[in-house]
Ligand binder design. Structure first.
Ligand SMILES: [Zn+2]
Length: 180
């Protein structure tokens, strides 16, 4: 099976998950790399701004660092859909508050992009931790889109130029999936 066929929607058995993957799927970082708490999520609605907090979409560290779950999209050669990396970015406290206020309704018309710091390292890419980035909130409860401020960074170039289907499979392997 070619990498492109696989990502176009073929069923393939993953020897790691033990489940059938169908076509391309996104990868995601569970939390910002700075998170040292338990690997469990609280509910988004329980968000606390003092101390430490982690849910699917929000993270607070030490009551002073504020992170939101975003997506970094990369085009894949030959595919109409983009590959998505679920990653975390910081926001200022002020923008974090705005993001929380609008979250349930996705009410972010005419807002952003906001500045942030990319808060994960990604396997197989030049270091991205603490790279300056732009966080664009989206309407309709879609996660914010991220772009890197440094257009010459390897990950920014991947977003600009796209990556090959083979490269996507390498990313899956780097994240523990078995492609055979
Ligand atoms: Zn798998």
């Amino acid at each position: 099976m070619s990498a492109l066929d696989r990502l176009r929607g073929a069923d393939w058995n993953c020897g790691s998950c033990g489940i059938l993957h169908q076509g391309m799927f996104d990868l995601a970082a569970f939390a910002p790399d700075y998170w040292e708490g338990p690997r469990t999520y609280e509910h988004n609605g329980a968000v606390r701004l003092d101390g430490d907090f982690l849910s699917e979409d929000f993270c607070v560290v030490g009551g002073e660092h504020f992170f939101v779950r975003c997506v970094f999209e990369i085009p894949v050669h030959g595919l109409a859909h983009r590959f998505g990396f679920g990653i975390w970015s910081t926001l200022s406290r002020a923008n974090f508050d705005i993001y929380l206020d609008g979250f349930d309704d996705g009410a972010y018309a005419n807002m952003g992009p906001w500045t942030g710091w990319f808060s994960n390292r990604l396997a197989l890419f030049e270091d991205t931790l603490n790279q300056g980035c732009w966080v664009q909130p989206r309407l309709g409860r879609k996660r914010p889109l991220v772009t890197l401020a440094d257009a010459e960074h390897e990950l920014a170039r991947a977003q600009e130029d796209g990556i090959t289907p083979e490269r996507v499979l390498e990313l899956y392997v780097a994240h523990g999936h078995v492609v055979s």
